[in-house]
Design a protein around this ligand. Structure first.
Ligand SMILES: Cc1ncc(COP(=O)(O)O)c(C=O)c1O
Length: 346
């Protein structure tokens, strides 16, 4: 195996060695197996290929300061997958099985686990998909649960950096009362085109408004939104955003740091009132924003509103503090007072 350049890892589908999987059929899960071929075979009529019956999770494993390996809040990911699987009418592994297979996957790929202290970690991707061959639009109790992982970098290197986001006018991610709060693969299909559009214009992120009235902030294509106003952490209450585990964690960290937390609808106009604004999610923890531009129509040039928070690349003091604290807990540099780490070995 080639030595891994731990300091220059990106966020890519790095090919590790072992995928752990189990097949649900005839009312039970098979004993989990490990494959090293990195491939699946399935029936061409499989549900997932035609009807996108698929959901996933994303969590991280860290090599901590004392050498232990910790999964960060895997119980929350297990519960969220259960909720998503219910939405899709799929069978779902229990919390115990979910966490055990995540642990097996990390331990089965130990040579790819980044060492402590470089800002890198192991991204763990549990995937649940429907494999029953069918034409009818009805749930069927058959699925494969597979866990794969990839070493990922800190994204920012040694220091957090801010970037820009765009609000794509006349483009919605999900329907009101639809699938927005579930981690189904199909939600992400709707973000590929606006991401391409945004990246071509130099925006790293896209921010969606509520699709019913477009008057409130929902979330980014790959993370939740939060804003800082004085000593208050504000994050949208909406039934079409993914319940982010990083956001939940940051709300507690904010309280621990003596801040107020408000979870409530965030009107578009309020973007002008925040001192700092950012995205949050497992992959990057916090994406501080220098500015958010609102574009009236997806394909046409022009900015109708612009909300500025800091110079390009700079980061506000509260985002810095929140980021540092959460990373210290993940790396085992400070006591895990809330019991967020689940230890899976050395
Ligand atoms: C649409 C969306 N929102 C929010 C999040 C953040 O969720 P979490 O903090 O659980 O990673 C993600 C990340 O996976 C996401 O894809």
């Amino acid at each position: 195996m080639e030595p891994i350049d731990w300091k220059n890892l990106g966020f890519d589908a790095y090919r590790t060695r072992t995928v752990v999987f189990s097949h649900y059929k005839d009312g039970k899960w098979s004993t989990p197996e490990m494959t090293e071929t990195f491939s699946f075979t399935m029936d061409p009529f499989a549900q997932v290929l035609h009807y996108a019956i698929s959901c996933f999770e994303g969590l991280k494993a860290f090599r901590q300061k004392d050498g232990r390996i910790a999964l960060f809040r895997p119980d929350r990911n297990a519960a969220r997958m259960q909720r998503t699987a219910d939405f899709l009418g799929m069978p779902c592994p229990s919390e115990e099985m979910f966490i055990r297979m995540c642990g097996d996957c990390v331990r089965g790929n130990l040579e790819f686990l980044p060492p402590y202290g470089l800002g890198a970690s192991m991204y763990v991707r549990p995937l649940l998909f429907g494999v029953h061959p069918q034409m009818q639009l009805v749930p069927y109790p058959e699925a494969v649960f597979a866990v794969m992982c990839a070493p990922v970098g800190s994204y920012y290197g040694a220091h957090l950096k801010s970037c820009a986001a765009a609000i794509p006018g006349n483009y919605d991610r999900c329907a009101p009362k639809g699938s927005g709060s579930y981690k189904i693969g199909a939600n992400y299909a709707a973000t590929f085109k606006p991401y391409k559009w945004a990246h071509e214009q130099g925006y790293a992120e896209i921010l969606y408004l509520n699709s019913c009235t477009r008057e409130f902030v929902d979330e980014f294509g790959s993370s939740n939104f939060f804003g800082i106003k004085g000593n208050t952490y504000v994050t949208p209450l909406s039934d079409s955003v993914l319940p982010s585990i990083t956001n939940l964690t940051l709300q507690q960290v904010a309280v621990d740091l003596g801040m107020e937390v408000e979870k409530r609808p965030v009107p578009l106009e309020e973007l002008a009132e925040f001192d700092e604004a950012a995205g949050c999610g497992t992959a990057v923890v916090i994406t501080p924003l220098s500015h958010i531009d609102m574009k009236p129509v997806l394909e046409e040039p022009g900015v109708s509103r612009s909300f500025r928070y800091c110079s390009d690349g700079e980061v506000g003091p509260v985002c810095k503090k929140l980021y540092q604290r959460i990373r210290e807990v993940q790396d085992g540099d400070v006591p895990d007072v809330h019991g967020w780490c689940r230890y899976i070995g050395y």
